[in-house]
Design a binder for this molecule. Sequence first.
Ligand SMILES: [Fe+2]
Length: 309
Amino acid sequence: MPLHRLTTMIVGVTDLDATRDWYREFGLDEPQPGRMATRDGGIQLELEQAPYRGLQSFGLGVDDTDDLDRITAGVTAFDTGVTVTRHADRVEFDDPIDHVPYVVSIARRYPADTATPAARRNRPAEVNRTDRPAEGVLRDERVRPSNLTHLVRGTVDHEASIRFHQQALGFELSDPLPGLGGFLRCSDWHHNLMLQQGPAPFLHHIAFEVDDVDEVGRGATHMLERDPACHLWGLGRHAIGSNFFWYLRDPSGNYAEYAADIDRVTEQAAYRPKDWSGHEGLYAWGDPPPTEFVIPPDIEDVVAAMLAH
Ligand SMILES: [Fe+2]
């Protein structure tokens, strides 16, 4: 597939200054006002003051101009009614199902070797560390997410939307959720985009990958020391995708996830998922999800505002 990663998401927020400050504390850099960067992915979140929170633009990365031509051809072939604007370094169009603005641009791949060295872990009958505490206990530097790894949003027609992402853009469907949506990837990460059936393309959450579960816990603990009310759901481990997770709520009501140890899928034919029926689809262990995770408390207002625009 020509795509290799997510690039930059533009997210509307109702309190720009407080939300910028929150994501700085979350671990993102802010090289320019409102433009938030991960360690390995550069600017991956652009915050813009808006009348309601939500996804304003979805960014995807390719290697070169040949890939931009492939994307242009793929979108045009899928739906000749879509206006595709080809710039020298990017392609812009609105997705034909939900009309979310997409920007596909040339982006450098993530470096392969920036992660924290794997911790040496002890377990019964296997002692790999003696005479010193675990590395996760010794760390005191701030948590820095390495990349924006996935985004979850609503779609008014999940079957058509999944088809668009597969056929026009080359996404792979890692795990379908029949009748509800699906987990799609444009890289080796198990999912970069999850689409869920709903009345509008509301933003459910954005997820930032950190190096290991200690960074998930350290990051969330820092945020909760600052403001316990931003806790949403965690610590737990998802079943589909396997990621350790801790979800928090930013000051504008968007959800942000610290994620670690997400499954990598290099070949769809080789992937062997479980039967994801029952609660195991959502989580393998941890507290059950709070109601606000499933139904964000502002969702009716957000959807009403989206439909009015
Ligand atoms: Fe997630």
